[in-house]
Structure formats: structure tokens, C-alpha cells
Design a protein around this ligand. Structure first.
Ligand code: NAP
Length: 346
């Protein structure tokens, strides 16, 4: 059996380029005792993957030239010599950018079976790391109270679209910031946010003052840079800023966030800004997934995916999330699911 995989060929400077990755074909080795073989169905395309191409140690070591690109995803077990996984199981885990993954069950981020009733798409989006990031970032770090005003940047993206909806479920007034009129219409139309700002065409600071007459209590920030700065100016006393990510930096070599002009407001307004990693909350994932599944089942939490077809599209997908081409979760569909009930839920 052949495996197709994308290896890092050259470190990109700026956006992902045509020659950043190279496709290879390899014969799959026979499974050893304790291993299982997973066929990749979906790859989750996450901004942090760009950061892992920078040759600087971070919370995960950088991907090396010649290494198969890392990536979380969902797939199906097609062969197994592992007691915990059987042929036909749907799983999520660190599959990497390849059509098949030989797994041992001892991976740093362990493979997990997909909960029955959850589609593979949901397992890598709203009912996976994306939903959990929004859940813990908003509820644990942001701690919104009913009737408070919540602003979300990157609001039409994977994490932001879930965070905005959870803020509505929490009884807040919610304003989303996103990069196109269509995205803004989706936020206020289908997702039920109270208002949205197209940051590419509107003055964010001025619009926030108009749309948030009572100030901003919680800011869930996926972006950093000038959008963060403008929102700080609108924060209320004891406002909370959830530092989820800084995609405006591009996560490339030497990327630095723009200086924050409004930092002087933190002390007088007693603003709290706190960063987090979703993995900080690992012990509480099951309870959070129960809550997220309940909201999805009850129609209170909607999800949307942008899906590119074929493993060879993964580099393009990673480039395009930095260009705002996705609405909701960016996924690459590598193969079709064979087992019934585990196909796309989008
Ligand atoms: P995403 O929001 O689905 O995709 C990224 C979005 O960012 C794009 O669709 C684009 O939408 C927006 N964007 C890109 N460049 C921008 C810029 N210069 N200024 C403003 N917006 C820009 O991606 P995601 O996977 O959900 O990740 C969202 C954020 O969460 C990222 O910062 C990521 O690093 C972070 N994250 C953090 C954790 C954690 O544990 N802390 C976990 C997962 C993700 P527009 O059209 O609106 O520009």
C-alpha cells in the first residue's frame, strides 16, 4: 500500500509558497504489534501550523526540513494490531499531512475514538479543539455575565464563530469583527450576533463606540494588532480580554505584534488580559464537549466549514486562512469516509 505525504521542503518567508512543501510517495511498512493504521479523511488547518514552520523553539518544537508536516485530523482505522483500536473505528489525532498514518497509541497528543453521533467534520471543528478553545477561552478566561457586551475578533472564523455564539447563549450582547460584508451578514443573520463590523471597510474604533454604547466587558481576541488596540480603548472598568491568538502577526519569521498605544488604560480601568492554551483545560474536555454537543443538538450552536479537496490542497488551505478565504473552519478533505455515519456533517 502506498502512502502520500507532504514534507517541509523549504522554510517560507511570509506566506506559504508553491515550493514550501513537496509531495512524496512511500510504501507503507507492515504493522508491528501495538500499531494501527489510520486513513486520513479530514485535516484540520490551524493558524498555529504556520508558527511551527519557524525554526525557533516554541510550545511545540519547529517542523524540520524533510519532516512530514504535522496536523491534527480525523480518520478511520483500516488495520490494527493494537488492542484499543479496531478496524472501522473513527478517530482523531495527530495524523500529519499524509494519506495514512501508522499510529502506536503513545503519541504526545493521543488518538481518541470519535464519540458515536459526532461526525468526523464536527470532531475536528465545533466538537473538537476549535469548539473547546472557544468554550474555555470565553467562559473561563472571559467570564461573561448576562447583559454584558462581548466583542469577538476573527468572528467568522472557526474559533470566533463558536465564541460569538456561546456569548449569545450566555445572554450577552455580541458584536463580531470580520473581514467581509458577507461574513458580517452571516454573523448577524444566521448566527444571531447583534452586530458586526467589517474591519476592512469600516473604522473599527468608531464603529465599536457606536455599537457598544455601554462599553465592552469582554473581548475575545483572535487577531491582535490594531483591532486589539481599538477595542482596548472601549473596554469598561474590570473588562476582560481573552488573548486567544494574534493572527494579524502572520505567525511567520520575526513576526511581532504591533505596539499597543492604549496600554495606559489597563491600570485605571483595571482591565485584565489573559492568554491561554486550550490544552490547559484538558481535564475538563469531557464536560465541555457535553455542553457543546447539547447546544449543537438543540440548534443553538451552528457550525460551518470551508473544505478544500485533496491532500495537495493543504498548503493552499494554510496560506488562505491568513488571507481570510475561509468562513468557519478550514478543512482539507483527503479521502471519503467508508463507514456510514462518519462522513461530513457540514
Ligand atoms: P480562523 O479564525 O478560522 O481563521 C483565521 C481568520 O483570521 C481568517 O479567516 C481571517 O478572517 C482572520 N484574519 C487573518 N488575518 C487577519 C488579520 N491580519 N487581521 C484580522 N483578521 C485576520 O482560525 P482559527 O483556527 O479559528 O484560529 C483563530 C485564532 O485562534 C488564531 O489566532 C489561532 O492562533 C487561535 N487559536 C488559539 C488556540 C489556543 O489554545 N489559544 C487554539 C486554537 C486557535 P477575516 O476575513 O475576518 O480576516
Amino acid at each position: 500500500m502506498k502512502n502520500h505525504l507532504l514534507r517541509l521542503a523549504r522554510r517560507p518567508h511570509g506566506p506559504i509558497e508553491e515550493d514550501t512543501f513537496a509531495m512524496h510517495e512511500e510504501e507503507l511498512p507492515p504493522l508491528r504489534e501495538g500499531q494501527f493504521l489510520v486513513r486520513t479523511i479530514y485535516l484540520s488547518i490551524d493558524p498555529s501550523l504556520r508558527g511551527q514552520l519557524v525554526d525557533v523553539p516554541s510550545y511545540v518544537p519547529p517542523v524540520q526540513i524533510g519532516e512530514t508536516m504535522r496536523g491534527f485530523g480525523a480518520g478511520e482505522v483500516v488495520d490494527s494490531r493494537h488492542p484499543g483500536f479496531a478496524k472501522g473505528d473513527s478517530v482523531t489525532g495527530s495524523l500529519g499531512w499524509q494519506t495514512y498514518c501508522v499510529a502506536s497509541g503513545n503519541e504526545t497528543r493521543p488518538f481518541r475514538k470519535v464519540t458515536p453521533g459526532t461526525s468526523l467534520v464536527q470532531a475536528v471543528s465545533v466538537l473538537g479543539t476549535t469548539g473547546l478553545t472557544a468554550y474555555f477561552g470565553l467562559l473561563d478566561i472571559g467570564r461573561p455575565k448576562p447583559d454584558e457586551t462581548v466583542v469577538v475578533s476573527g468572528a467568522a472564523g472557526a474559533t470566533g464563530s463558536v465564541a460569538g455564539q456561546i456569548a449569545k447563549i450566555a445572554g450577552c450582547r455580541v458584536v463580531g469583527i470580520a473581514g467581509s460584508a458577507d461574513k458580517c451578514a452571516w454573523l448577524t443573520g444566521e448566527l444571531g450576533l447583534d452586530a458586526a463590523i467589517n474591519y476592512r471597510e469600516e473604522r473599527v474604533g468608531r464603529r465599536l463606540r457606536e455599537l457598544c454604547p455601554r462599553g465592552v466587558d469582554v473581548f475575545f481576541d483572535n487577531v491582535g494588532g490594531p483591532i486589539l488596540d481599538s477595542t482596548i480603548a472601549c473596554m469598561n472598568v474590570r473588562g476582560r480580554i481573552v488573548a486567544c491568538g494574534t493572527i494579524s502577526t502572520g505567525y511567520g519569521e520575526g513576526s511581532r505584534a504591533d505596539p499597543i498605544q492604549n496600554y495606559f488604560l489597563f491600570a485605571p480601568r483595571r482591565i485584565r488580559m489573559e492568554g491561554f492554551l486550550v490544552t490547559d483545560f484538558q481535564d475538563r474536555f469531557p464536560a465541555a464537549l457535553d455542553a457543546l454537543s447539547g447546544w449543537v443538538a438543540g440548534g443553538r450552536l451552528k457550525s460551518r466549514e470551508t473544505v478544500l479537496d485533496g491532500l495537495e490542497q493543504a498548503p493552499r488551505a494554510l496560506r488562505e486562512i491568513f488571507e481570510g478565504k475561509n468562513v468557519g473552519k478550514m478543512l482539507v478533505k483527503v479521502a471519503s469516509a467508508a463507514s456510514a455515519g462518519s462522513s461530513s456533517g457540514s
